[in-house]
Design a protein around this ligand. Structure first.
Ligand code: SAM
Ligand code: SF4
Length: 472
């Protein structure tokens, strides 16, 4: 390797063929029989290839309704009604890049720059624990002060903060992709998922959004980022595209191609896929040409659900509450709630958003408790489970579906016990009331009497003692 040249993984390859993907989305057939065959394949929990995904993308309005129905069916039959909750914690917004869409870009003078110090991180984490969070994702700009040691130190600090019965049990990361050594350092700190969004898979748009003379301007280095993570031993990774930079249909094919490439190379696909939509941001002037409307957004979620049945889908608080509620029924597995993305936002700002302090504007700033209550009223089981990751059951999401009875034996009991912890320790009275009704209803559904007895025993312990974190 020449001095100054960046290290790629041994499997580095640019597997995105723009012309081919472009051709697929403009020429795929939308034959009814073929679309129904593809849907059946997905309902049988087989991943789709990019040609099949392209066919779903090109389906007309009538067939799109069948795609929505199938996504709902897959969710109901296969995934059940659990939904995992987390919160983002922005650590620092210094950045050397010039991403055209982001308020943190180096040249933006409208934004105030700040990095939380150790005490401030402690205060943010305490505030998050005090409302009931157990899972966080730490977010960083790209800057020399946010090197792998700093990220690892931050992760350790977050795990060390405990208030009352509160603790953070899983810390995920969203940061620039590291080199292999760097990934090893952050893995050793005990991270969960390492998330890197490609932003856009379309080469020309990528170059327009990320000037070539900037660190992020190197398309292949970013595309290869999670290969390096795998080679460093991090087999729990998340991918994503920022919808609104280019044609959503192309980006869906990019995400599915990426997922298949990781699966083929390392035997495990990404743990999660994120599909954020571009939001207004302070000091950012955006081209509106490719903004995705709500109808197409629903298609994105439903098609991804069908294309990658084993991959967790993350729906963020960028979206408004009503839309989140609707899209969740298509098989979203994780949402953030009670989120604030201003640096220091969990303790230092009031109810309104402070745009000069945040990366973009959020669509849903309801509290965790309000979100929990709505989920419970809609029949979801909100879960703070972190069990698989802590027991070394990596590839967690895959296992849920691949191992017969796994959901019944582990996921549902863990969802119920972590929900009970929330209800007892943090919920408002109305939320506690609906929560307990839902727990009773869910207990009725457990047919294995031994398992049911064990879950009831643990739920009673949580209600009557300070014993917590009794996971299966
Ligand atoms: N700096 C790291 C990087 O670029 O990979 C960490 C990510 S950044 C702090 C988190 C993500 O926010 C980005 O990957 C991008 O997809 C998203 N983002 C940036 N600007 C946005 C905007 N205006 N609206 C919605 N999402 C945005
Ligand atoms: Fe920096 Fe990330 Fe924002 Fe780009 S998206 S300007 S790298 S924080």
């Amino acid at each position: 390797m020449k001095k100054g040249q960046r290290q790629l993984s041994k499997n580095a390859k640019d597997f995105i063929n723009d012309d081919y993907l472009q051709k697929l989305i403009t020429s795929a057939k939308t034959d009814k029989v073929q679309i129904r065959e593809i849907i059946s394949k997905s309902l049988a929990k087989e991943s789709l290839n990019i040609e099949e995904t392209a066919a779903l993308i090109c389906a007309d309005k009538e067939l799109a309704e069948e795609i929505f129905d199938a996504a709902r069916q897959l969710k109901e039959n296969v995934y059940g009604n659990r939904i995992v909750l987390f919160a983002p914690l922005y650590i620092g917004n210094k950045c050397i890049n010039e991403c055209a869409y982001c308020a943190f870009k180096a040249s933006n003078r409208d934004v105030s720059r700040r990095t939380l110090n150790t005490d401030e991180i402690g205060k943010q984490v305490e505030a998050l624990e005090n409302v009931g969070h157990k899972r966080l994702i730490l977010v960083f700009g790209e800057h020399k002060s946010y090197d792998p040691e700093f990220i690892a130190e931050t992760v350790r600090k977050v795990y060390s903060v405990k208030v009352g019965n509160g603790e953070i049990r899983r810390v995920n990361i969203n940061a620039t992709p590291l080199d292999i050594e760097g990934f090893k350092i952050v893995k050793d700190a005990g991270i969960g998922t390492y998330q890197v969004f490609m932003e856009t898979y379309h080469h020309k748009t990528y170059a327009e959004m990320h000037p070539v003379n900037t660190s992020k301007g190197d398309y292949l280095y970013r595309l290869d980022g999670l290969n390096r993570a795998f080679e460093a031993g991090c087999d729990d990774v998340g991918i994503g595209a920022l919808f609104g930079l280019y044609d959503w249909r192309f980006e869906v094919l990019g995400l599915v191609s990426h997922s298949l490439a990781l699966q083929q190379t390392y035997g495990v696909g990404p743990h999660t896929i994120s599909f954020p939509r571009l939001q207004p941001a302070s000091g950012v002037e955006m081209n509106k040409k490719w903004l995705v409307d709500d109808y197409d957004f629903k298609k994105i979620v439903a098609i991804l659900r069908l294309a990658v049945p084993y991959t967790g889908l993350i729906l963020t608080a960028r979206e408004k509450p009503e839309l989140r509620r609707e899209v969740m029924s298509f098989g979203v597995s994780q949402i953030d709630a009670g989120s604030r993305i201003e640096i220091g936002g969990y303790t230092e700002v009031g109810d309104a958003q402070v745009i000069e302090k945040e990366q973009f504007v959020l669509g849903d700033i309801r509290s965790l408790d309000d979100t929990m209550r709505q989920l419970l009223q809609d029949g979801y089981v909100p879960s703070f489970c972190t069990s698989c990751y802590r027991l070394g059951r990596t590839g967690e999401h895959f296992m849920e579906f691949a191992i017969p009875g796994f959901i019944k034996r582990f996921c549902t009991p863990n969802a119920l016990t972590t929900l009970m912890e929330y209800l007892v320790d943090y919920a408002s009275e109305p939320t506690r009331e609906v929560g307990k009704i839902l727990i009773s209803r869910e207990l009725e559904k457990i047919s294995d009497s031994k398992m049911k007895g064990e879950v009831i025993k643990r739920l009673e312990k949580i209600e009557n003692t300070n014993q917590r974190d009794m996971y299966f």
